[in-house]
Design a protein around this ligand. Structure first.
Ligand SMILES: [Zn+2]
Length: 345
């Protein structure tokens, strides 16, 4: 898995690679993103970059660095065959007292390779037998992890463990892990990957460095012509701020069902990020409004001065929609915040 295979998130990736290049790798990290959004891909690509023998640096383009994808280490990590790479994940009971993620490792590798790490926990559970509703990370999983981390690394480099869905970790398992998190062994990396840290035990949360992915990857965002037209229509209204017209535009957005509203907002977010990368780094962006002048002018409105405000406003709107807020009010509030942010360029 290389960073170039991940949709979006390039600014975050550039930060990560520069931290790795500088040798300041934090030994326990939590990657958060709403699934399926590439958070597991991010962990995979991160480890590949960390261990790559010939990291590649680019002087232009959105991605400043990536693993080579060719060296023995890259190949082992890409195929999940690296002897110092370990995974733990929620696993269902199978009638044995000693059940652990190790009993499902083949299924997990197949899942990772077949979905390119874009599958959800539900997708993975579908491939398992057992009562997946009771899939958890067990004390035994944590004990296995501590054991492998205490062994000498086979390859002499990093020992890496990915903990997928740590929020499914039982308290006993977390306790088992705590010492490792508090007193890390050298050249040890624990990457936790989840869609939320709300259920995560505070003792764990306080000991990991958290990396939040921006929105969801554009993989799941539909970028159809209807969304493009709706977005452009809305953006125009945000400049004019004529209440009646804006209200009519918002009505059209509110008429979508909730999932579509969310998709639309994620689409808007990915377009805004594209516009910002256009302003900041000259990355090409296609608004597809059908109006060449608008397509050429609009991206310039998104700058370092307002991108954070815009992302935050869109994040909040997605959050409100997900929690069944009254759509029209959430979208009107979003409109005012966006309008204000656009003036701050
Ligand atoms: Zn490599």
């Amino acid at each position: 898995m290389q960073f170039k295979d991940i949709v979006g998130q390039k600014d975050i990736i550039n930060r990560l690679t520069s931290v790795i290049d500088s040798g300041r790798v934090s030994h326990a990290q939590l990657i958060l993103g709403s699934e399926p959004d590439g958070s597991l891909q991010m962990a995979w690509a991160y480890m590949q970059y960390l261990c790559c023998e010939h990291r590649v640096h680019h002087s232009e383009g959105p991605l400043r660095a990536d693993s080579c994808g060719e060296c023995p280490s890259c190949k082992k990590i890409a195929s999940l065959m690296h002897p110092d790479l370990h995974f733990i994940f929620p696993n269902p009971p199978n009638g044995s007292d000693s059940v652990s993620a190790n009993d499902y490792m083949k299924e997990f590798f197949d899942f990772m390779l077949n979905t390119k790490a874009l599958g959800t926990l539900n997708d993975f559970n579908d491939s398992l037998s057992g009562d997946v509703k009771t899939s958890i990370i067990r004390e035994r999983d944590a004990a296995n992890l501590v054991e492998v981390l205490n062994m000498k690394p086979y390859e002499g480099g990093w020992r890496m463990v990915v903990v997928w869905k740590p929020s499914r970790m039982k308290r006993e398992a977390a306790n088992e892990l705590l010492k490792t998190l508090e007193e890390p062994l050298p050249q040890t990396l624990i990457l936790m990957v989840d869609d939320s840290d709300e259920q995560l035990l505070p003792t764990i949360k306080s000991r990991v460095q958290t990396l939040r992915l921006k929105g969801a990857g554009t993989e799941k965002v539909e970028s159809n012509a209807e969304f493009a037209a709706m977005l452009v229509g809305w953006l125009r209204m945000l400049f004019k701020l004529k209440m009646k017209e804006l209200s009519g535009q918002v009505d059209k957005m509110a008429a979508l069902n909730r999932e579509q509203q969310k998709q639309f907002l994620l689409y808007a977010q990915s377009v805004m990020r594209g516009c910002f990368l256009n302003t900041a780094a000259g990355v090409e962006v296609h608004l597809g409004s059908g109006d060449e002048k608008f397509d050429a002018q609009f991206p310039k409105m998104i700058t370092v001065n307002n991108i954070a405000l815009i992302e935050e406003a869109l994040d909040d709107a997605v959050f409100a929609i997900e929690r069944n807020a009254y759509a029209k009010i959430a979208l009107m509030e979003l409109s005012f915040r966006m309008s204000k942010a656009l003036k701050k360029r």
